[in-house]
Design a protein around this ligand. Structure first.
Ligand code: G3P
Length: 243
């Protein structure tokens, strides 16, 4: 079980001791609500991620459904993320997901403002604050460099730039739009050099990951390439192969 935050070692102002041991880059696999990433398949993918991470030394995190978050976090030695968190305190908020609850479930952090779960700027800020109050890592997703700069101003642990039109397309952002990665890395660094940058959309191979890292990112956020694969372990092995 990995319950601590997965902050980058660049975050010099953070208090967590885990920050200095967190390997980089991060391969973060969002299981979304794919049938192929739910229940026993979530466990199978987590097992493969744990194995490949151990073999390669590359950190591989999973963002399963809320239902699978607790068992996956407790059975596998990988960082586990929620797919969304609400910026509310525990209390009378029916149907909300609190940072406190995902921490108790064993999460290392959460996605915030994913393209399939957009929030207002005020909501993003509240979610980031709620996560950081629990010493959890915030991964704020964005759609372009302007949004990436705005997200960086909120000082999350990660900004993840994902052009929405490429999500789930099988066409990799690394190859189709390397410019948006480069510009987003520049925009984030200019606002806050302590914020790590991920990129995603259509990532499917070690070559995609290497291009992303060579462009200055700290890793990738992906989904279908792993989740829908016949052999997720083989894809994960390929993803880390050029690092
Ligand atoms: O959260 C990752 C995601 O939005 C990218 O999806 O299927 O293009 O890797 P995919």
């Amino acid at each position: 079980m990995i319950t601590g935050p997965s902050w980058s070692s660049k975050d010099k102002n953070r208090e967590s001791p885990e920050q200095e041991t967190m390997p980089s880059p991060l391969i973060l696999v969002n299981l979304k609500t794919y049938k192929e990433g739910t229940g026993s398949r979530a466990h199978m993918i987590a097992q493969a991620a744990e194995l490949v991470s151990r073999e390669s030394g590359v950190t591989i995190g999973l963002a399963p459904t809320y239902i699978d978050l607790h068992p996956v976090a407790h059975h596998f030695a990988i960082p586990v993320y929620a797919q969304h968190v609400d910026g509310v305190e525990p209390g009378a908020h029916t149907g909300h997901i609190t940072a406190d609850a995902i921490r108790a479930a064993g999460a290392a952090g959460s996605l915030v403002n994913h393209s399939e779960r957009r929030l207002t700027l005020a909501d993003i800020d509240a979610s980031v604050r709620a996560l950081q109050a629990q010493k959890l890592a915030a991964v704020v997703c964005t759609n372009n460099e302007a949004a990436s700069a705005a997200a960086a101003a909120l000082a999350p642990e990660y900004v993840a730039i994902e052009p929405p039109e490429l999500i789930g397309s099988g066409v990799s952002v690394s190859k189709a739009n390397p410019e948006i990665i480069k510009r987003s890395v520049g925009a984030v660094r200019a606002v806050n050099p302590h914020v790590s940058v991920l990129t995603g959309a259509g990532i499917q191979s070690g070559e995609c990951v290497k291009i992303a890292v060579d462009l200055g990112t700290d890793g990738v956020l992906l989904a279908s390439g792993v989740v829908k694969a016949k052999d997720p372990g083989a894809v994960l092995r390929d993803l880390v192969s050029k690092l």
